[in-house]
Design a protein around this ligand. Sequence first.
Ligand code: 3HC
Length: 301
Amino acid sequence: MAGEVKTITVVGAGTMGHGIAELAAIAGFKVYLADINIDILNNALQRIRWSLEKLAEKGRIRESVETVMSRITPIVSVRDGEYSEDLAKALSESDFMIEAIPEKLELKQQLFAFADKHAKETAILASNTSSLPITEIAAATSRPEKVVGMHFFNPPVLMPLVEVVKGEKTSEETVAATVDLAKKMGKQTVVVKKDVPGFIVNRILGRLMESACLLVERGGYTVVQVDATAKYLLGLPMGVFELADYSGIDVFYYVFEAMSRRGFRSAKCSIFEEKFKAGEYGVKAGKGIYSYPAPNKYVKP
Ligand code: 3HC
């Protein structure tokens, strides 16, 4: 039995990890938030505080910002190139791990092997991967039935969906416990029964971004025309290129590369690749498809 979830370790405190930790703390769980150095952790705590203050202003959290913040303990996950004792201890106290580290299979497998060694026997090990097979991540552990995908969307605090992804050996009990946890975190869930590249949402986004890119590269439209049409006329919450900048051109680059290695075919289009190679990853880099801060990137046509 999975047992009652009280404590969660979130590994990775970046764009996704800090938001996931925030959601878990809002839901009342004790949270360990782990990343490789203290600067990343401090930045994550600042972002969580900013977000909680925004939610508090709008009456969207019941408790004070301080009460929610007090549930989060930051821990440095790596020392001298090895996973730290602090991480081992956090995992040994946790009922759930949610991993949100970079999209590299080898890194994830190393972490899952470590977690398998130190986590409680009953603990579920979840990955926020967007594109890597849960079955392959699970293969690094002795408990593949307890390994599952728990895919949040950016920004986790505001986006309503979590994809719960079943690997080949993930048990129904693990899926049910993960759905339950996502619901306690205020999310709606969709269970992805087949571990296909990109699951559901990134397959849709892959086509959307490919099409937007081709409209510019081959169709003679400008980036601004495509985004303005998508946002103001079609009614999407953001332009397609704006979304790439917002979530990170590097993030999508790795996601689509991993999907393509697993057979998701798409047309060659160089706009995103050039930005990726130039390190122009979007909002976080100050430059991507647009420059930031950019209050008026494009206007209603
Ligand atoms: N926490 C709390 N509040 C936040 C916040 C956060 N993390 N982020 C933004 N806000 C606040 C803003 O400050 C703003 O507050 P204000 O009204 O007091 O000024 C309010 O939310 C509304 O935000 P914005 O004015 O910036 O604009 P929007 O109304 O457009 O909402 C959005 C922002 C929810 C991000 C919306 O634009 C949106 O839904 N965009 C699409 C996002 C999307 O598609 N995400 C999925 C990406 S794909 C992915 O994650 C998969 C991965 O595998 C790659």
